[in-house]
Design a protein around this ligand. Structure first.
Ligand SMILES: Nc1ncnc2c1ncn2[C@@H]1O[C@H](COP(=O)(O)OP(=O)(O)OP(=O)(O)O)[C@@H](O)[C@H]1O
Ligand SMILES: [Mg+2]
Length: 233
């Protein structure tokens, strides 16, 4: 689904990513782990075309995507739940869900408003409220719902449970497990190692802009002390 190889990227004069490689297979959940400032969000931004790669390869469903503008990457089928949620604050819940909605690939059982409302009943109750009036957890559900409404092949979540109450976090993890059962490929960035171990198939650890460790969940269990050293949790 997604293959990143030897990715380099940065901001102005500072190089942040030196050698990032990762892979998300079809129907797989993969993680990107690493302490603050190690380059997780920069990696996601480079994949999405929000930050031009300076080297390396990006392939999505077999196609080279490095250098494509963000709208093209989105159209190819990558849905992003960005760090800090970033819902459209002045639009209603329903308008947020519809703003970027698309069904380009004509797959069976596409995401629709009723299906999102079934997944997150709270969004239906609040569908005519402006997004800025939602709680943090509700905004996160909206950000996930909005990404799903683009009917992506791959969903990327950048710290989707950050700052949320435990009960809301649990709801988000349950939702991701249901999406995985549904066959969606997911790349998830999060600090909750135990939730990630339960959900994900493959893990990647970033240290100062480099992938320093990659392995399955079983390999992660075996190497947990080393990995904890890098990710600090
Ligand atoms: N817009 C920017 N301009 C300049 N430097 C930036 C910018 N965004 C991020 N950086 C720098 O790039 C490095 C990697 O940041 P990035 O946001 O990718 O890390 P991260 O792994 O997502 O961290 P966190 O866990 O805190 O979200 C940091 O040193 C950061 O200061
Ligand atoms: Mg980040």
């Amino acid at each position: 689904m997604l293959e990143v190889f030897g990715l380099k990227a940065g901001y102005g004069g500072s190089q942040v990513l030196h050698d990032v490689s990762l892979r998300v297979g079809e129907g797989e959940v993969a993680t990107l782990l690493g302490r603050n400032g190690m380059g997780k969000t920069t990696t996601v931004r480079a994949v999405m075309g929000l930050n031009a790669p300076r080297g390396g390869e990006l392939r999505f469903r077999g196609q080279a995507i490095a250098g494509l503008p963000p709208e093209k990457v989105a159209q190819l089928g990558i849905g992003l739940v960005p760090e800090g949620r970033q819902v459209f604050p002045t639009l209603t819940v329903k308008e947020n869900l519809l703003a970027t909605a698309a069904d380009r690939f004509r797959r069976p059982n596409p995401w629709t408003l009723p299906r999102i409302y079934k997944l997150f009943p709270r969004l239906q109750e609040r569908q005519n409220q402006s997004a800025r009036t939602l709680s943090g957890g509700e905004q996160q559900m909206l950000a996930i719902g909005r990404a799903l409404m683009t009917n992506p092949w791959l969903l990327i979540l950048d710290e989707a449970t950050e700052g949320l109450a435990p009960v809301i976090r649990a709801e988000i993890w349950q939702t991701l497990a249901a999406l995985k059962r549904d066959g969606l490929a997911i790349l998830v960035i999060d600090k909750n190692l135990s939730a990630l171990k339960a959900l994900a198939d493959r893990h990647h650890v970033l240290e100062k802009g480099e992938t320093v460790w990659t392995g399955s969940t079983a390999e992660l269990e075996r190497d947990i002390e080393r990995v904890r050293g890098w990710i600090g949790v």
